[in-house]
Design a protein around this ligand. Structure first.
Ligand code: PLP
Length: 358
């Protein structure tokens, strides 16, 4: 089979060594004679992998001790609701920075629990081409929290400077978590569906400051309270064991690759290779995202016509490059180049875009 260059937006490409390891251990994990999926989540074999995944995440992201690491289900979408359910006390407001579809969905869910405010929006005629600057944020000092989407998977924008807030900062990092070093202490809560940078779909990672867990509402179902999962090491009920096993494999790979500084350098190089082509051929490729807001994870651009875009996607597909069709809401082309997307795939795409223009 010809090599596939996978630019899927998520679920997305996984590191080959993490997949090979899963293949090798599929029928017999850790000499137990069984697949990881056949072990009880209360048994030692699973528990050691679960704890290794947590330890690797803590090490890679340098997560301080006053934060809990939770493995939950329901995707980032469930966190849109669970965050305000826990952190938005009656009569309190929360600030939302609206930078795209995902933050629009997040604020919509918060409205079920209180009166969230829009602290800033960069929407112009239904489109988002940038993230706001610090001075554009109209923050309420009494807000229960400030919510941002660090990387806007659909619009192709990313915060390159984390906003300064006095209220706890809550971040949806689904599409850029662990793509570069991060200072967890700047955040009250971070959440991410795994299926872009962390592993397969099925597990959602939440990193949350312990005092926020403690202060969380108690008048909601226990299962939706962060404290339930924090107090039981995310083993209050059956976790998605295979997804967490894969998360462990991906994190072990990331550590082997040199951790966040090394992956950040690689991500910079990959993104530059694509934006360089777009800038060189700006008469043909239009990258509407403002330069300072360009995402290093999702490179979004247009061609002169939708017909040419469709032709481009098809021609790329014939060369084994898949997943390039833009999101249905914005059209165009989107190359998702998460941590596990090899440099070779990105260089192949850059080369193809140069020749397609010709
Ligand atoms: C930034 C962001 N937030 C949230 C979501 C929704 O995630 P999930 O499908 O895990 O609910 C996505 C999905 O692509 C996303 O990119």
């Amino acid at each position: 089979m010809a090599p596939i260059h996978n630019f899927n937006p998520g679920p997305a490409v996984l590191p080959l060594p993490a997949l090979v390891r899963a293949r090798d251990e599929f029928l017999d994990v850790n000499g137990s004679g069984m697949s990881i999926m056949e072990h009880s989540h209360r048994a030692k074999v699973y528990e050691s992998i679960h704890n290794e995944a947590i330890a690797l995440l803590r090490e890679l992201a340098a997560i301080p001790d006053n934060y809990d690491v939770l493995f939950l289900q329901g995707g980032a979408s469930q966190q849109f609701a669970v965050v305000p359910m826990n952190l938005l006390a009656p009569g309190k407001s929360a600030d939302y920075v609206v930078t795209g579809t995902w933050s629009q969905k997040a604020i919509k869910e918060a409205r079920y629990f209180g009166s969230p405010r829009v602290a800033a929006t960069t929407e112009v005629d239904g489109k988002f081409y940038r993230v706001p600057t610090q001075s554009e944020l109209d923050l309420d000092p009494d807000a229960a929290y400030v919510h941002i989407t660090t990387n806007n998977t659909i619009a192709g924008t990313q915060f390159h400077e984390i906003p300064r807030t006095s209220a706890p900062l809550v971040a949806d990092m689904s599409s850029d978590i662990l793509s570069e070093p991060l200072d967890v202490s700047r955040f009250g809560l971070i959440y991410a569906g795994a299926q872009k940078n962390l592993g397969p779909s099925g597990v959602t990672v939440v990193i949350v400051r312990k005092d926020l867990v403690e202060a969380g509402r108690r008048d909601i179902p226990a299962f939706f309270q962060y404290r339930t999962h924090a107090s039981e090491n995310s083993l209050s009920n059956t976790p998605p064991t295979f997804a967490i096993y894969m998360l462990r494999n991906v994190l072990a790979w990331l550590k082997e690759e040199g951790g966040l500084p090394a992956i950040a350098a690689r991500n910079q190089e990959k993104a530059r290779a694509l934006y360089d082509v777009l800038d060189e051929r700006a008469d043909f490729y239009q990258c509407r995202v403002e330069k300072g807001s360009r995402s290093l994870m999702n490179v979004v651009f247009n061609l002169p016509t939708p017909e040419l875009e469709a032709e481009c996607v098809l021609a790329a597909q014939e060369l084994g490059m898949v997943g390039l069709k833009g999101h249905r809401l914005v059209g165009g082309i989107r190359a998702s180049i998460y941590n596990a997307c090899p440099k070779e795939s990105v260089y192949a795409l850059a080369e193809f875009l140069r020749s397609f223009k010709k």
